[in-house]
Ligand binder design. Structure first.
Ligand SMILES: C[S@@+](CC[C@H](N)C(=O)[O-])C[C@H]1O[C@@H](n2cnc3c(N)ncnc32)[C@H](O)[C@@H]1O
Length: 402
């Protein structure tokens, strides 16, 4: 039988589990909100087991692998079905696969699939090196090389990127091609020589060409020639430097593209655990952040119906629609860990809205976990931006399906 996850821990067992985290941060603070126990600590810290390097592709507002790992290990056993309806770069799916669970993912942006699928089915470094060598010799002429992109790239680098883009758009390709395209998507822009571009914003945020011209002027820089093939091989070696478990593979995995509120492809009561993080009001502008990646992938970024709600009432309605769908697909006793942030300069903590959205649905709230994060360079990976639009804590509302 699929979804062999054991146990449906009750609130008390879950509380005991959280108490165990005192070893990592300071003591867990306990309180209550809306009648639900709240646990607050620095739950996921650098002292914990390191994440697999396979996760290391950047994506705006992604969470740390330790977050889904905690819930996957707490609530499921091998073979269980773990789903992320807002999959992004696929942190939940990759971690589920690494732990021998069956991953299902969904994201409204088709880019997500391109980032996730190759890492669930990685080729060998040797195969990637050989294919890169073949491609370097025999790439098709490029379909187009937008002049605007010269703000980011040396003309010859742009030619290589555009030819690779054409190759991927014109070939169905195999797993090795899919891997190379995924790595290219992650090397398009960034702030070091490990990227194809001149110095720009970190790779999880693409700036506009006009803004990049200003950055170039201010820094007195011009894009220099980059060896895209060497950069792709270097990043491949970094992603694949640790052993991969035999459980990895696309055979059992499913990745869907569409709105989280409507997933008819997923059978009733077939999911053991959801670990996810939805778009929070209008904190992150995914289309703007991903425009260059979408160009490379041949996706019309403007046409992707990303959810962006400016009013809390609309956002609550959206979350309620998602939970109605979760009520259909999560089996009785299954869990949902729904991660949100605080927005509007910390004045609005979204867990209250999540709890309100689930009222009247067959979900019992088990706890709210608040992860207080000391600001670090890597905190961006939590959507922590250290500015007015950012969020300084992760707030996870945990539910059990009745
Ligand atoms: C906070 S990010 C998730 C990041 C993910 N946890 C990770 O670690 O990569 C939210 C994601 O929701 C997607 N999204 C926005 N609206 C959506 C919708 N209505 N249905 C499904 N996905 C949506 C965005 O494209 C984005 O990838």
């Amino acid at each position: 039988m699929e979804g062999t996850s054991q146990l449906a821990p009750d609130g008390a067992r879950f509380a005991g589990l959280l108490a165990g985290f005192d070893a990592f941060g300071s003591e867990t603070r306990r309180s209550e909100t809306d009648g639900v126990p709240v646990f607050e600590n620095e739950f996921w810290t650098a002292k914990q087991r390191q994440a697999h390097p396979l996760h290391e592709v950047s994506y705006r507002a992604c969470f740390k692998p330790q977050l889904p790992r905690f819930f996957i290990e707490a609530f499921t056993g091998p073979g269980a079905t773990v789903y992320d309806p807002f999959a992004g770069r696929g942190t939940t799916l990759i971690e589920a696969a690494l732990l021998g669970r069956r991953p299902i993912g969904n994201d409204v942006n088709p880019l997500s699939r391109l980032l996730i699928a190759p890492r669930l089915d990685p080729p060998s470094i040797e195969d990637v090196a050989k294919r890169l060598g073949d491609l370097e010799l025999a790439l098709p002429p490029s379909l187009d090389e937008p002049d605007d992109l010269l703000a980011f790239y040396h003309p010859e680098t742009l030619r290589d990127i555009a030819r690779l883009r054409t190759y991927f758009l014109e070939h169905a390709g195999d797993a090795v091609d899919a891997w190379i395209r995924m790595v290219c998507l992650n090397r398009l822009t960034g702030h070091s020589s490990g990227f194809f571009s001149v110095y720009t914003l970190p790779p999880n945020q693409a700036t506009s060409a006009a803004r990049q011209r200003k950055i170039n002027e201010a820094r007195g820089q011009v894009p220099t020639r980059r060896d895209v093939f060497e950069i792709v091989l270097r990043k491949t070696k970094a992603l694949l430097k640790a052993p991969l478990p035999a459980t990895l593979g696309m055979a059992a995995a499913r990745i869907l593209t569409g709105p989280a509120e409507r997933t008819p492809e997923i059978a009733d009561a077939s999911v053991d655990l959801i670990v996810t993080s939805p778009p929070f009001l209008d904190v992150v502008d995914y289309p703007t952040d991903n425009w260059l990646r979408c160009w490379f992938a041949g996706i019309d970024a403007e046409a992707v119906p990303i959810t962006l709600h400016r009013s809390l009432t609309d956002w609550e309605r959206f979350v309620a629609a998602c939970f109605r769908e979760f009520a259909r697909i999560v089996r009785p006793g299954g869990k949902v860990a729904f991660e949100v942030g605080e927005v509007r300069g910390g004045k609005l903590a979204l867990e209250h809205t999540v709890l309100a959205a689930a009222v009247g649905l067959p979900f019992d709230p088990l706890a709210v976990m608040i992860n207080r994060q000391v600001f670090t360079k890597t905190a961006q990976c939590w959507g922590v931006d250290n500015n007015a639009k950012g969020t300084n804590s992760n707030r996870i509302v945990v539910f059990e399906r009745r």
